[in-house]
Design a binder for this molecule. Sequence first.
Ligand code: NOJ
Ligand code: CA
Length: 550
Amino acid sequence: MSDFTFLKGSADWWRQAVVYQIYPRSFADLNGDGIGDLKGIIGKVDYLASLSIDAVWLSPFYPSELADGGYDVADYRDVDPRIGTLEEFDELVEKLHARGIRLFVDIVPNHSSDQHVWFQEALRSPKGSRERARYIFRDGRGENGELPPSELASHFGPEGWTRVPDGQWYMHLFTKEQPDFDWSNREVHEEFLQTLKFWSDRGVDGFRIDVAHALVKDLEPLPIRSSYSLEVMKADGTDPLFDRDEVHEIYREWRQLFNRYDPPRVAVAEAWVHPHRRPAYASIEGLGQAFNFDLLTSQWDADAFRGVIDDNLAFAHKTGSSSTWVMSNHDVIRHATRLVIPAGKEGVTFDAENHWYVNHRLDGDLDLAKGLDRAKAATLLMLALPGSSYLYQGEELGLPDVTDIPSDRMQDPQWFRSEGKFKSRDGCRVPLPWESSGPSFGFGPGGSHLPQPSWYANYAVSVQDGKAGSTLELYRAALAIRRKLIQGEKLSWLPSTQGTLWFEREGGWSSFTNFTDVAVALPAGEVMLASSDVSGGKVPANSTVWLKLS
Ligand code: NOJ
Ligand code: CA
């Protein structure tokens, strides 16, 4: 076990931290089997340190049949043998801590894998047994129970109930390989407390909580649902499936456990709820922080960004937490592509993203140069905001999404289960290019579990490393400067023209973004960093500049 005493100190370290998300199966593959592994990550700790990030968040690395990219966990307290061992996990914690980088792991409490020992026991046990009571088993409707217990769709398309050989059905909000736990059962609570303790004792500093707004359900009568859009979710804590007020009792109990550690363990909720309900998840008596995904659904537009920033700073203020910011993660189209997807009449919401992906992904007509400009500008703006930023592996390379993966190589159940009605998330999960040549562009000595396009060579770390003007060097510079600049959490807006945003941070510095397609005058101040060339005294289209105020 690692000694992490040197990382003690401020219990508030997370408030303005930069957290870098690793999708372990696609980061670096040491043994060449085409699947990223812990040894691969250990080999890249110097690279991670070169980014001046504060923490790494590992998406699930647990044993899994990969029905949903690892979010179907078969054992919450082990490492998938294809990814590594617990000893290697300890080594990773130690190496990261030695470089001053903390570690978050992903906890998936709404559902397990159907390969989990509990679910396997439930299948072998009779109706009404203690083993079945850990999940949601019910009799079907119809003369012989042949109809599902209720009309319930799952997130990824068809039915949310699956029948087992003795005729009962179990509920799953995601794939049929992801049975939902029954959180009215105290045993489930105890089990997760053990898991959180297990990883905290191993030196894990924080947890990202998957679908944190689900867990507690009102099952009488059994819920009926055909769509998972936010519009149909009740906004007052009484929805039968999501965001019920009682879910916070679970997190209050988790908080007591977190606070037994020094510094206290931290957590961030993935909670897709009505915005005014988000602060409860970020309560300091609960998880402490919640993802704000509003920038993922915002159009590239100054007013839209300003609205999101104001709303979220106000939410954070309400709970005493700090805000979070996200431009990319493993579930969305990478922002270097997303920010030039036509808004359509719906605006750039997930609907527009899906619509474009399903109907136009192969058209090849997106202006990706503009996409990269906007992505860099958006990232610099984000990193200048008070609160913590979550980065996703590969965005520091300016990677666009891979939108033309052939259907027979895709892995995402969202694509298969919806029969191509929802986008595949594989395009942002393609293994990273570390070199411009080799069997998998340096991902490893073998192949890559998702196909990499030939143009990945141009984005390789080796091509960008040390190269002035590269996206990688821009991220490195921004993160290093940010670390020195960040003081208090205040933001003050400065007057600026239509289509631009300018704000000041404590310590006499400011960030200015030009969202328009034409250059505008450079505001007064000394330029510290810019996402494009400002030497002509102008801020080019789709750019951000950080300025020291005189
Ligand atoms: C959210 C995760 O980010 C996503 O990848 C996963 O499919 C669902 N939760 C289900 O666990
Ligand atoms: Ca491997």
